[in-house]
Design a binder for this molecule. Structure first.
Ligand code: NAP
Length: 279
């Protein structure tokens, strides 16, 4: 398996002369949270793989700058709208954009989210509601809007960006662990409910992935950014000894979204450098 300069992933088993081309040619994808981080990497990978992509973020001006850069390479196959996935009306607008601009939806990637820190005593009801709204309820609302559009096109693929903490709760990701367990359960229900109608649903269980969110947690007084990443990987006992990169998540999202994963549904594929310790 290798990645061409274009970002297209080619998988070959030379022994058998088999050749699997992972692409999204002619597909329409909705990817939430494309302004930066993992959502940005997935949007880019999907555009390079031939999809048309509608993405969103709360910072509309920041997103538009990214969209302008993508347009220079990919033309009109990309659109970005200002939307907060924690709000029902914004999700309606996001799906309407995919329908009116590109004619429907084949792929949905639920990526956008923020996390609340704290434990039992410190997390407030407002923080719990926010966790629930931007993670689980956002997945439910986007799926509810996307499924009829996918059925109209004969099927589709839903990829929910999740965390290994769904199955292995961690005190340092307290609220997130609880909500991510619900996200995994919902993903499995979606897969069961719509498998016979050609819609697959899978989650990606993330460990630790370097994104701009991490730069905000780095205190330069404690050492370099590189040292911070290495020591964080050591603290969480990541067997590969490093934090993951956005493109390593985008590659897996591309595989799950594509027809190459045609018999994969209802599962969580961990992208975590071996961090999850469950069977
Ligand atoms: N990075 C990790 O180590 C890690 C680990 C486990 C799980 N995850 C999950 O992976 C996903 C992406 O994380 P990331 O590290 O790439 O985060 P990030 O660098 O903070 O990027 C988040 C992206 O989503 C957008 N966004 C955030 N909240 C939103 C909302 N309510 N509505 C619409 N857009 C929103 C942001 O743009 P705006 O700010 O402009 O809205 C940005 O484009 C999240 O679901 C996160 O929980 C990440």
């Amino acid at each position: 398996m290798w990645e061409e300069p274009s970002g297209r992933i080619i998988v070959t088993t030379q022994h058998e002369g088999r050749h699997v081309d992972i692409n999204l040619k002619g597909k329409v994808a909705v990817v939430t949270g494309g302004r930066q981080g993992i959502g940005h990497g997935i949007t880019q990978a999907f555009l390079e793989a031939g999809a048309s992509v509608v993405t969103c973020a709360r910072d509309g001006a920041g997103l538009e700058a990214e969209v302008a850069t993508w347009r220079a390479t990919h033309g009109d196959r990309v659109a970005g709208i200002t939307a907060d996935v924690g709000k029902a009306e914004d999700i309606e607008r996001l799906m309407a954009e995919a329908r009116t601009r590109f004619g429907g939806v084949d792929v949905l990637v639920n990526n956008a989210a923020t996390s609340e820190s704290g434990t039992l005593a410190s997390l407030t009801d407002a923080q719990w509601h926010k966790e629930f709204d931007v993670k689980l309820l956002a997945m439910i609302r986007t799926a509810r809007a996307a499924v009829p559009l996918m059925l109209a096109r004969g099927g589709g693929s839903i990829v929910n960006i999740n965390a290994i903490f769904a199955r292995q709760p961690d005190m340092t990701f307290y609220a997130s662990s609880v909500v991510r367990a619900g996200c995994l359960s919902f993903t499995k229900l979606l897969a069961k409910e719509y498998a016979a109608q050609g819609i697959r649903a899978n989650a990606i269980g993330l460990g630790l992935v370097e994104t701009p969110a991490w730069q905000a947690w780095h205190d330069p007084a404690q050492g370099s950014y590189a040292d911070f990443l290495t020591s964080t990987a050591a603290y969480y006992r990541v067997p590969m000894g490093r934090i993951g990169q956005v493109r390593e998540v985008a590659n897996v999202a591309l595989f799950l979204a594509s027809d190459a994963a045609s018999y994969v549904t209802g599962t969580q594929l961990d992208v975590d450098g071996g961090m999850a310790a469950y069977l």
